[in-house]
Design a binder for this molecule. Structure first.
Ligand code: IMP
Length: 425
């Protein structure tokens, strides 16, 4: 039995969806443990493209259990829309392939309004959130006033919690942000709208998961966002409000560390970031635009253009250490084909000193200037390469340098969005 983990090793959007979809074949269950509908995990199957925000990506495979665990913040309306969309594509969703933790937190309309209102108030210090209510929902969880999935099945508890929440929120909405007050009934109706529909999926997923492990089943944990967006270890305050890093698996699902075997870090062959915050390896606008177009670097959830940069090995090494990565999976290497030269960051210049340390504090990282190593490019179109051995020599040199620098082996290289476009190294 094993619990393996997929973690975004950068600022999210590393192509985790495709990798989870590919690897889930080997597992009995796939689990989302943090984040919410801010995620956008893209899977391309034949000529169809799916973007999942809340459903675990194992949903495309037969006989896999998909679990939305307690660490996730669930927008029930979004989840039901997603279930409908997937069912329309011919995949049946039943309690034998989907479970939702009764203890997961629920996103309500006021969380989304607060998310947007808070951002709107800031001028040059906007985080650039996805507006999905993620931060405000986690705030309520930690303030011990959050609404859990199980609460929506008990009218009395739900009404009490809504009242308690609106008592504070309406004051803030009206007096701080000049927004309209929200009515209790509206939230009650919003939260119970789909309760009959989702009831069969709601379980105590701690026992479900641990029983699977005790029966010798294999479980894949699907991280959302990335290590550099982690609330504790990322580029604070330009982060998300959960722990995409390895610790988030334990608190977000209720399994023990003793089951964890492999921790895969997913890393693009270059680097992107959506939203604000320091980005030492950010490219100049011309080349950034070229990569953005070639790599389709637009947010899967918000459609925002992603900022593009060169691979930053200082930050990647930090992700490796933080998460104890056992393997790296490099994605989108095909996007770099055709460039004369390819740069990677090996050090930072920080206050006149050359350092290899990632300074997660946003103000400190903003002072770090990149020191690049330059690699020769390659012209070959990599999207139809079938074996790693057939990769151009300069691609291999690039990959080997990543391994040498990080001390972590690269086990797969992805050369396109489709399932077949992945090479075992
Ligand atoms: P939030 O998670 O919506 O609160 O957004 C906080 C920060 O995380 C912003 O910079 C977002 O752009 C970023 N973010 C959130 N989810 C994702 C994701 O799935 N991919 C990439 N960036 C994300």
């Amino acid at each position: 039995m094993a619990a393996d983990i997929i973690i975004g090793a950068q600022w999210g959007d590393e192509g985790k969806g495709k990798i989870v979809d590919t690897l889930s074949e080997k597992y009995d269950a796939v689990v989302r443990y943090q984040g919410g509908a801010n995620a956008g995990h893209t899977v391309v199957i034949g000529d169809k493209k799916f973007v999942l925000h809340l459903l675990p990506t194992g949903i495309f495979h037969k006989n896999k259990i998909n679990i939305i665990a307690n660490g996730v913040v669930v927008d029930i309306d979004e989840l039901v829309k997603e279930i409908d969309l997937i069912e329309k594509a011919g995949i049946r969703i039943t309690p034998s392939n989907l479970m939702i933790s009764e203890n997961a937190s629920v996103v309500a309309k006021y969380h989304k309004i607060l998310d947007t209102a808070k951002e709107g108030r800031k001028n040059d210090k906007k985080i650039g959130t996805t507006g999905r209510g993620i931060g405000p929902t986690y705030v309520d969880k930690y303030a011990r006033i959050g609404i859990k999935v199980k609460d929506i099945f008990d009218d009395k508890v739900l009404i009490e919690k809504i009242k308690e929440n609106l008592y504070e929120k309406n004051f803030i909405l009206k007096n701080l942000y000049g927004e309209k007050e929200i009515n209790e009934e509206e939230i009650f109706n919003e939260l119970i709208k789909h309760r009959k529909r989702i009831k069969p999926f709601v379980k105590n997923t701690i026992y479900e998961l641990n029983n699977l492990l005790l029966k010798g089943k294999n479980i894949l944990f699907e991280g959302a966002q990335g290590a550099l967006l982690d609330i504790d270890f990322g580029t604070y305050p330009y982060v998300t409000s959960s722990n995409p890093t390895v610790g988030g698996v334990l608190t977000g699902s209720g399994i023990s560390f003793k089951y964890i075997k492999k921790v895969y870090g997913i890393c693009k062959a270059y680097q992107t970031r959506v939203g604000n915050g320091p980005f030492p390896s950010e490219m100049e606008s011309g080349i950034a635009e070229e990569i953005r177009q070639k790599g389709g670097e637009f947010g899967a959830t918000t459609g925002r253009p992603r900022r593009c940069g060169w691979l930053d090995l200082v930050s990647l090494k930090y992700s490796c250490i933080l998460n104890g990565l056992t393997d790296l999976i490099i994605t989108k290497i095909d996007v770099l084909s055709g460039l004369d030269k390819i740069k990677v960051v090996t050090d930072y210049n920080y206050n006149g000193e050359k350092i290899k340390k990632f300074l997660a504090d946003a103000n400190e990282l903003a002072k770090c200037k990149p020191v690049f190593k330059i690699f020769p490019g390659w012209n070959k179109d990599l999207s139809s390469v079938k074996k790693y051995a057939d990769m151009p020599v300069y691609v291999k040199k690039y990959i080997e340098f990543i391994e040498k620098y990080t001390g972590v082996k690269v086990s797969y290289v992805s050369v396109g969005p489709e399932r077949r476009q992945i090479l075992k190294k």
